[in-house]
Design a binder for this molecule. Structure first.
Ligand code: GLN
Length: 557
């Protein structure tokens, strides 16, 4: 039978009016604030779509797929959860309608329902409740974000399930936080509360009375507007919180805490009073807002027009900059458009070049050209996953005398399969899943950039790929100057490569961006940004030197 863990408190976060109001960020921020007050928290995201997981969804439509330590492909909001808190997400942290139905249908086929008619209520809703309550062990507060917008057909079973949980665990053990929009209408010069009223009415119609309203607004909401919202939405005035637009997402916990949300939650959930502690976070925001200088990184990728597709990468670069009090400017370069001639105009002013992960051949030619450029012009280079594979192909073609070398992902018929599906050959994937997913260990070579960055002999980072370096070609590649600086403990998988002769050139088969946190920037991002800044300073010195030169040769200038 399903049991609720009485000691755990629940906060359910829903969203109304429109999507993209930053529900994931709001949930993560609440978690950060409560963690700051000394509560043990865990977070979960429920996604109403039918896909069993987001692994197969297009990054153009759905943004990045976030990979957890245990190798689950999850929604990108899980990335916010990990970056804002100390939690490590796992396979229980995210589930979809598809996964719930899959589980219910498996049970039905096994005969677990003993001939009952299987229905949305209670079978689907019970399954949702079970998935939620399963992770309630070992935490004081569980924050559960319900994806989608109230009013969507798909989210109804989820809302019904959380309504029931509140009833099961009791008033003081669960709170409903609802995020809405309070738009500023320029023509009348007013803030409008009607969308919030409608959205709350919708929630109440299905039996959920929100306890806290987070009102997303481009400005602080005046008290009289809060009073009006409180009255119409049947909520106490101090529980109407302005979620105003802020400069950096990392400011959200500070803004919400300044509105007193943590005090209200502690009261609502009958939690013991604990003092506020956000000092480390305040320092972080101060450092983000007061950089000493800036550095520009060119990202040559495939999904560059849609920022969410490289969410964790974006954040990891920012963290790398924070480590040295630098603002990292990103120049997104569409790999497909990197035809010859455009290379110089696009990349001549960046201080470092990064080729991120991706799937399929589109853009690969441009990425290879960008890597050649970085190698030859001695611009710091960081390759991630597909970025490593392209770096190996570039080395094979242009340095190791293997023309038309390729990955079998792009050309099955290549004479030199420098990147191939190794695990197929090893028979590892015979039983289904074809991706190498989740955290694996790499042994790091002494004296390498990788060893220096991590400060230890091993790295544990997260993977998401099918193809690998073919070690048959290593003698040729290493003779050409490439060095393998990270290898799986069994020696079968190449994890990191570098050019020791280059100022900073490193490519890894894993995705280090998933593990970077603002208070603990990933060492590879930290060192790449630092190397790019050195490159920038070197260039500045050169320019100054050339200017001086001109002055000495041309006294009239
Ligand atoms: N497409 C490549 C592979 O499957 C790289 C994947 C990635 O960059 N995440 O191996």
């Amino acid at each position: 039978m399903m049991k609720s863990k009485r000691s755990t408190k629940y906060i359910f976060v829903t969203g109304g009016v429109v999507s993209s109001l930053g529900k994931g960020l709001a949930a993560a921020s609440i978690a950060r604030i409560l963690e700051g007050r000394g509560f043990r928290i865990t977070m979960q995201k429920l996604d109403p779509y039918i896909n069993v997981d987001p692994g197969t969804m297009s990054p153009f439509q759905h943004g990045e797929v976030f990979v957890t330590e245990d190798g689950t492909e999850t929604d990108l909001d899980l990335g916010h959860y990990e970056r804002f808190t100390t939690m490590t997400a796992d396979k229980h942290s995210n589930f979809t309608t598809g996964k719930i139905y899959q589980s219910v249908i498996e049970k039905e086929r096994r005969g677990d329902y003993l001939g009952a008619t299987v229905q949305v209520i209670p079978h689907i809703t019970d399954e949702i409740k079970e998935f939620i309550l399963r992770v309630s062990e070992n935490c004081d507060i569980q924050i559960v974000e319900v994806g989608g917008t109230v009013g969507d057909i798909e989210s109804l079973p989820f809302l019904e399930a959380i309504r029931q949980i509140r009833l099961d665990v009791g008033r003081n053990n669960a709170a409903f936080v609802h995020l809405t929009l309070v738009p500023w209408i320029a023509t009348s010069g007013e803030l409008k509360t009607k969308p919030t009223q409608h959205s709350v009415r919708e929630l109440r119609a299905i039996g959920i009375q929100p306890d806290i309203l987070l009102c997303r607004c481009d400005r602080a909401i005046p008290q009289e507007v809060k009073r009006k919202i409180a009255l119409f939405c049947n909520i106490s005035e101090d529980a109407v919180i302005s979620a105003r637009d802020v400069e950096t997402i990392y400011e959200v916990p500070l803004a919400l805490s300044a509105e007193g949300i943590d005090e209200i939650i502690m009261k609502l959930l009958d939690l013991p009073y604990r003092r506020k502690s956000l000092k480390d976070w305040e320092d972080l925001v101060h450092r983000i807002q007061h950089p000493v200088d800036e550095v520009t990184i060119g990202i040559v990728g495939k999904y560059v027009s849609y920022e969410d597709s490289y969410k964790s990468l974006n954040e990891a670069l920012l963290h790398g900059g924070v480590a040295a009090s630098l603002k990292v400017r990103l120049k997104w370069v569409e790999a497909e458009e990197m035809a010859n001639g455009k290379l110089d105009s696009e990349l001549s002013r960046v201080d470092g070049i990064l080729v991120p992960g991706g799937f399929g051949v589109r853009g690969v030619a441009g990425m290879i050209e960008a890597i050649r450029y970085a190698r030859e012009k001695r611009v710091p280079f960081f390759g991630i996953c597909l970025g490593l594979q392209c770096a190996v192909i570039e080395c094979a073609r242009n340095l190791a005398g293997l023309p038309d070398a390729d990955s079998t992902e792009f050309n099955e018929a290549t004479p030199y399969k420098v990147i191939y599906k190794l695990r197929d050959l090893l028979g590892v994937d015979a039983l289904g899943g074809t991706m190498r997913l989740g955290a694996y260990t790499a042994n790091l070579a002494p004296g390498s950039l990788a060893r220096q960055a991590y400060g230890e002999d091993v790295a544990i980072d997260r993977h998401r790929h099918r193809y690998e370096v073919n070690q048959e070609f290593l003698p040729k590649l290493t003779a050409a100057g490439l060095k393998v600086s990270g290898l799986s403990p069994d020696g079968k998988f190449v994890e990191i490569v570098e050019y020791p002769e280059h100022p900073w050139f490193l490519a890894c088969q894993f995705h280090p961006e998933y593990k970077s946190r603002p208070l603990a920037p990933h060492p590879l991002f930290r060192d790449f940004v630092a190397a790019s800044y050195r490159h920038k300073q070197g260039r500045r010195a050169n320019v100054a030197f050339q200017d001086q030169d001109v002055v000495t040769t041309n006294p009239h200038r």
